[in-house]
Design a protein around this ligand. Structure first.
Ligand code: ADP
Ligand code: MG
Length: 507
């Protein structure tokens, strides 16, 4: 071999070696990156863990906090607000009643015609409309005029449609107002503060029913506001109308809250209220529940710190539809910061709340073999292109961890309520499950559940139902039923208007 030939061969060998080394080191690097990312997921999964032992601690904590919240004002992060609703619809109500539902994603106007036999809502009409954004920060007069006008148009339409409804002489109205209100009777309450993006300064401290009643008369509507409730109480009312064993209601939508039927003697005397029935519905405001047993991650801590209401609504921030997608986004972002498996960090990925929970559920429930929906949403919403299959699977895993934790915590909360009222088969908060508290003492208990997260997100619902069975055991859980209601928040207010109607009281 000549000198030139030798040099060429040697150079070729060096290049081959170099390429081989680069390939190997690339592989090593990518494996290392992958391990890092999987590490982020494992750590997240571990901290989010909700084994049965932990769920039971949360059940107990919920029952104990409920007790404390009832015992004294400020005694717990659970406000345990009295609603003054001391009777629930029974099914014997008759007549036509109206309701307005403000405080959810849509504003609703409703009418129900009741036939006087259980579950015989003869007819119901619901009209949904979004609240124009400028009204959310306007004056109370402008907001309530809009509401009253919507109701007036709704009532005027019926005159043309149905003479049996339009012949109703006296129109009575239930008002679902899902904001923190300090009630003073079943038909009056003071707004404590706005939430959910509303901010109308001249309204805080005012009586909500007065504001509505005045707007109705400005519109020339002869209607009387009979009941003021929030969405949970409305849902409980509809649940109870359908099934008398309904003892509690839970909302799991954009936000989360619960209420239940409490014995009057469990509510302390200093809160003194006149209950003719010995019971009262208590609005727990459970979104604010907190316990050291809740599995909290760095993502929860950061989400809370960045929120407009830090240290507030801790339970809600782990459970409700407003937040689940955002928690998942934060985990994906962390992974992108640790490695480039998602490519360069896009400007969308750093935007808070860009990954809405319905998108997250679409990814979680993607059953295409190549996880096409996951890829689409990552690309369209988070601007993450060309995601390999194993990374798509990783994203599904993140959604699963977030949702599983949320659903299981909500389940523990529900059993906590049943425990507080002695309907979980354990003999109340004092005693653990003992021999004499067998299923023979168990009575059927129904919990009405409403909200887009529970009703539209199948995996969430399945995890929640599964956890209820796990906590109570097969035998006892057969006595507990979760019943989905629809529009219960509004229809229930109309049903309560019927329960508290002067006509019903006259008879
Ligand atoms: P609101 O709570 O505002 O009264 P809903 O009860 O209808 O309204 O709940 C709407 C919320 O439910 C949405 O904000 C969203 O978080 C959640 N949601 C709706 N559809 C889905 C879905 N397909 N998957 C997951 N979450 C959903
Ligand atoms: Mg709602």
């Amino acid at each position: 071999m000549g000198k030139v030939g030798f040099t060429v061969a040697a150079a070729a060998a060096v290049v081959t070696c170099a390429v081989a080394v680069t390939v190997v080191s690339k592989r090593v690097k990518s494996r290392r990156k992958w391990r890092k990312v999987v590490g982020v997921l494992r750590e997240f999964e571990e901290i989010c863990g909700t084994p049965l032992s932990r769920l039971k601690q949360i059940v107990d904590a919920m029952a104990v906090e409920m007790h404390a919240g009832l015992a004294s004002e400020g005694g717990s992060k659970l406000k345990m607000l009295l609603t003054f609703v001391d009777k629930l619809p029974t099914g014997s109500e008759r007549g036509v009643y109206y309701a307005l539902d403000l405080g959810g994603t849509n504003f609703r106007v409703l009418r129900v015609q009741l036939g006087g036999r259980r579950s015989s809502i003869v007819r119901q009409d619901v009209e949904r409309k979004p609240i124009p954004e400028h009204l959310m920060t306007s004056s109370s007069e402008e907001l309530f005029d809009f509401i009253a006008k919507s109701l007036k148009e709704f009532v005027e339409k019926e005159t043309d449609e149905d003479s049996s409804v339009s012949s109703v002489k006296k129109r009575e109205l239930g008002f679902t107002f899902s904001f923190p209100v300090k009630q003073t009777s079943v038909s009056s309450g003071i707004l404590m503060k706005w939430t959910k993006g509303f901010s109308i300064r001249d309204m805080v401290g005012k009586d909500v029913c007065d504001c509505l009643q005045q707007a109705l008369s400005r519109q020339g509507l002869d209607m009387h506001v009979v009941s003021l409730v929030n969405d949970t109480v409305g849902t409980l009312a509809l649940g109870h109308y359908n099934d008398e064993d309904t003892v509690a209601a839970v909302i799991i939508g954009t936000g989360t809250n619960a209420c239940y039927y409490e014995r009057a003697d469990a509510i302390i005397k200093s809160q003194g209220f006149p209950s003719s029935t010995g019971f009262m519905v208590v609005n727990m405001e459970w979104g604010n529940f907190w316990s050291s047993h809740l599995p909290r991650t760095i993502y929860d801590i950061e989400l809370d710190a960045d929120s407009p209401n830090p240290n507030d609504q801790g339970f809600e921030k782990m459970i409700s539809g407003m937040y689940l997608g955002e928690i998942a986004r934060r985990v994906i972002l962390r992974m992108s910061q640790e490695s480039d498996i998602f490519g360069p960090i896009s400007s969308s990925l750093v935007k808070p709340f860009i990954l809405r929970t319905p998108l997250m559920s679409t990814m979680h429930e993607d059953d295409t073999p190549d996880l096409r929906e996951v890829a689409r949403i990552l690309e369209e919403v988070l601007e993450i292109q060309d995601v390999p299959h194993k990374v798509r699977k990783l994203v599904v895993n993140i959604c699963d961890v977030v949702t599983r934790r949320a659903a299981r915590l909500a389940a523990a909360g529900i059993i906590g309520i049943l425990k507080k009222i002695g309907r979980d088969g354990s003999g109340g908060i004092a005693g653990g499950r003992s021999k004499d508290t067998s299923s023979s003492k168990m009575r059927r208990a129904v919990v009405a559940v409403e909200g887009g997260l529970y009703s539209n997100y199948r995996m969430f619902r399945e995890y929640l139902n599964e956890a209820v069975t796990e906590i109570l055991g097969e035998e006892l859980s057969s006595f507990v039923e979760l019943m989905v209601t629809e529009d219960g928040s509004g229809i229930g207010a109309a049903l309560l208007a019927a329960s508290y109607s002067s006509e019903m009281e006259d008879t």
